[in-house]
Design a protein around this ligand. Structure first.
Ligand SMILES: [Zn+2]
Length: 260
């Protein structure tokens, strides 16, 4: 009799365990192994700066992202490093949001290098796009250049990180409009100061008086994505040169990367 009870308990436990694992994602379950965690430590500075507890939390978020989003290579074979860099780009901006996940992306396509507006990466003159978030029939798709992705996580990336840039566009898009105003994240009382600051700083970029990447002056959405790259890549520098801008970005992301 006692054996029957033990077997029943084991079976119920096993079933519950599997149900819990399945609940988190689709068919595949991504559990990072030690080698993959070592790749995170090797390539992702942000991860290295986290406490032991936060590192475990970061890994958990990476696994959730890899469960939810399909990553494909176009003209290349995807590596673990590619996958982890893409997932880290997604997790870094949302790391301090409670229970937040990207609902507006299902696929990330990784191209070898920059591509043009028709998503061609060979025999093309206009090979200047490093990443893009799809709209229309490309809704839910993101395209990234592997060269740009890797450069963003290299030791001399400067203030730029294409992966983070594209995922910040998705955050911006979450409220329905990719307009540089992260309404779902920035507390209401800061929206007006944020819009004023964006326009002021875009003016400074246009007149050549800013160290922010000139691409940020294209429009408000690009401004938000470009200063977010700066915020996560060179937080101390941004805080020193643009204290108010830095302050508003800490409110948006719920993070203070210059003072970890
Ligand atoms: Zn952009």
């Amino acid at each position: 009799m006692i054996f029957v009870v033990i077997i029943v308990v084991l079976l119920v436990g096993y079933t519950l365990f599997n149900a819990r694992r399945r609940k988190r994602g689709g068919l595949t379950q991504h559990i990072l192994n030690d080698k993959q965690k070592a790749l995170l430590a090797q390539h992702i500075d942000y991860y290295n700066n986290l406490s032991v507890d936060d590192k475990a939390y970061f890994v958990d978020k990476i696994e959730q992202f890899l469960d939810a989003v399909n990553i494909e290579g176009v003209g290349l074979e995807i590596t673990d490093t590619d996958r982890l860099m893409i997932a880290a780009s997604a997790v870094i901006p949302i790391f301090r949001f409670k229970d937040w996940s990207y609902r507006n992306v299902t696929n990330v396509l990784l191209y070898p290098d920059t591509f043009d507006k028709d998503y061609q990466f060979e025999n093309s003159d206009e090979r200047n796009i490093m990443g893009m978030v799809g709209s229309g029939y490309m809704n839910g798709q993101m395209i990234l250049s592997r060269a740009a992705l890797q450069k963003g996580f290299s030791k001399n990336s400067g203030k730029e990180n294409t992966g983070i840039h594209e995922f910040v566009h998705l955050l911006d898009k979450a409220d329905g409009a990719t307009d540089g105003i992260p309404e779902g994240f920035l507390p209401h009382e800061y929206i007006k100061p944020w819009v004023q600051m964006m326009h002021q700083e875009i003016g400074r970029i246009q007149s050549g008086h800013s160290d922010i990447n000139p691409y940020g002056a294209t429009n408000e959405a690009e401004f938000f994505a470009v200063v977010s790259e700066y915020f996560f890549e060179k937080p101390e520098q941004l805080q020193a040169k643009h204290p108010e801008l830095y302050q508003l970005l800490t409110k948006t992301f719920g993070q203070d990367p210059a003072n970890y």
